[in-house]
Design a protein around this ligand. Structure first.
Ligand code: COM
Length: 519
């Protein structure tokens, strides 16, 4: 279907995408400028966040791009199966948690968790997701001037050539950005009906889970586990390693980790650390999971719903085969800080290049590749990215943990709330929007925060937060930490009371002190 000279409205795009999803339309959706005479500077293989933002930047720099995606929309898995539904579920989890803790008090009715249907929320998401897809197609075409081919597979032929929709397209460069898949552990029964990952949950769930066992302790395990539990579906997490202690989460502070994991337990999540899933049981459908516990004994947990939370792996094989790009021991494509692979002219971005496998990292990867392709030596160190996850809280971190700081600096100063050693039940802080009621009913639920300073240079080294509404501030804190901000400069900032992270007011209480000490 040639869309080049057609302007579709939002409802028309939504309808077209829907018809493509149910295969009523199975031809490619082609928006290519056939009259252009300039060659392509880059073909983006994969139109997810990285491909779309890279394309936009390349266009902005005066280049010509083509982006190709197998799905009938741009934007990738984020708005289709990953970040956006996850945010919806996490908001629901927060709401349900709030309702549950306050049930039967003030104006809150008793909380009836039988009404909290996981399936209903999944269906709600599915019914609405094409709106975002429609917008991305419309915006990319009508506002950003991108060329794209959708609803068709792209096959990489060589470092300059891609085949799609029965034609070969050539470009100066390729940018690979087709993402990752859930890593399926080698466990008997793991493919039984009733075993889901975050994709299957969206696409295939056709019953209401009554009990959940999560295999693995990834971010996804904590986030989805918190949602299932909040919805009244008793959840057990089976994890070999302690939660939040995997290599890519090295910037999670131990005090923050403890607050988060203890909080999940307080909410009823059964967390089995040091445990291993031996087998998923069932005759035609999941009925239980056999687990080896930390003490070596084995047990069977009955369940009708198993969720995989063992992380993701890059789908790099097609590019190893076609181009010979170098990959690491987990299969992620190896790139330098300019997103260049081992093959000249071939870039890789997003989940394909490893952790953190997050849409927000992918966008900046795409932009980095585009800038380099357009002649600018722009670098991006994605290993030092600020990050977050949801439980029934928003958990956010940037920079060094207290332990990391103590390894590198002699004089580490910590400003935190509650202060070290003070039992949280005795202090209704930190509190702000979203935790004000807790401050007056259950102080220990108000959250946790910590800022880590170097006492000598007085520079902020890291910030850590559990609560609500601080993620936005962490984007700017990341920037300030990179530029170098001292406790005194933090104390000069203009605060808006009651702000979720309290970092300005607490820093101001120590600013000016000749010798910095903990607070
Ligand atoms: C994110 C999709 S929802 S994109 O980054 O805007 O393309």
């Amino acid at each position: 279907m040639d869309l080049r000279n057609t302007v579709l409205s939002m409802p028309e795009w939504e309808d077209l995408i829907h018809r493509a999803e149910i295969r009523a339309v199975d031809e490619p959706l082609v928006n290519v400028d056939e009259d252009a005479t300039t060659p392509y500077d880059a073909i983006f293989v994969g139109g997810g966040a990285g491909g779309r933002f890279g394309s936009a930047y390349l266009k902005a720099r005066g280049g010509r791009q083509l982006v190709i995606d197998k799905w009938p929309f741009l934007g990738g898995s984020c708005p289709h199966q990953a970040c956006v539904p996850h945010h919806l579920f996490s908001e629901a989890a927060r709401e349900m948690d709030y309702q549950r803790w306050n049930a039967g008090t003030l104006w809150f009715p008793e909380f009836d968790d039988k009404r909290a249907s996981i399936r209903d929320l999944v269906d709600l998401f599915k019914a609405g997701r094409n709106n975002a897809h429609a917008f991305m197609n419309w915006q990319s075409k009508e506002q950003l001037g991108m060329e794209y081919i959708l609803n068709t597979e792209a096959t990489v032929i060589d470092a300059n050539t891609v085949e799609a929709a029965g034609r070969r397209y050539t470009a100066r460069n390729l940018v690979l950005g087709t993402g990752a898949h859930t890593y399926l552990p080698d466990i008997p029964g793991i493919t039984l009906p009733g075993v889901f990952d975050f994709v299957g949950l969206i696409e295939d769930l056709d019953y209401e889970p009554s009990r959940c066992v999560i295999v693995g302790g990834s971010k996804v395990a904590l986030e989805y586990g918190s949602f299932y539990q909040a919805a009244g579906c008793q959840t057990t997490i089976v994890s070999r390693s302690p939660l939040l202690r995997t290599a890519s989460l090295h910037h999670i502070d131990e005090d923050l980790r403890t607050y988060v994991v203890d909080g999940m337990r307080k909410r009823g999540v059964d967390i089995l650390e040091g445990a291993e899933t031996l087998e998923v049981l069932g005759d035609g459908k999941v009925s239980g999971v056999r687990v080896q516990l930390a003490d070596g004994s084995t047990t069977v947990i009955d369940t009708d719903f198993v969720f995989i939370g063992t992380g993701e792996r890059a789908v790099s094989r097609p590019y190893v085969d076609a181009l010979g790009v170098d990959v690491d021991d987990r299969g992620s494509i190896v790139v330098d800080s300019r997103m260049r692979t081992s093959v000249p002219g071939v870039y890789a971005i997003g989940d394909l290049i490893g952790a953190p496998m997050e849409m927000f990292k992918a966008r900046k990867c795409g932009m980095t590749a585009a800038r380099n392709i357009m002649g600018e030596a722009f670098e991006f160190d994605f290993s030092e990215y600020p990050d977050f996850l949801h439980t029934t809280y928003e958990v956010t971190w940037v920079g060094l943990t207290e332990a990391e700081a103590r390894e590198r600096y002699d004089d580490v100063v910590v400003i935190q709330m509650p202060p070290k050693g003070m039992p949280h039940e005795q202090l209704s802080l930190p509190c702000a929007e979203g935790s004000m009621l807790y401050a007056f009913t259950r102080p220990e639920l108000t959250g946790f925060q910590k800022a880590v300073y170097d006492g000598k240079t007085r520079l902020l080294l890291g910030a850590h937060h559990v609560g609500f509404g601080a993620k936005d501030a962490f984007q700017y804190l990341d920037h300030l930490i990179r530029k170098g901000i001292t406790v005194d400069e933090m104390g000069e900032m203009n605060e808006l009371f009651l702000n979720p992270d309290h970092f300005i007011q607490l820093s101001r209480l120590r600013a000016g002190a000749m010798s910095l000490t903990d607070l």
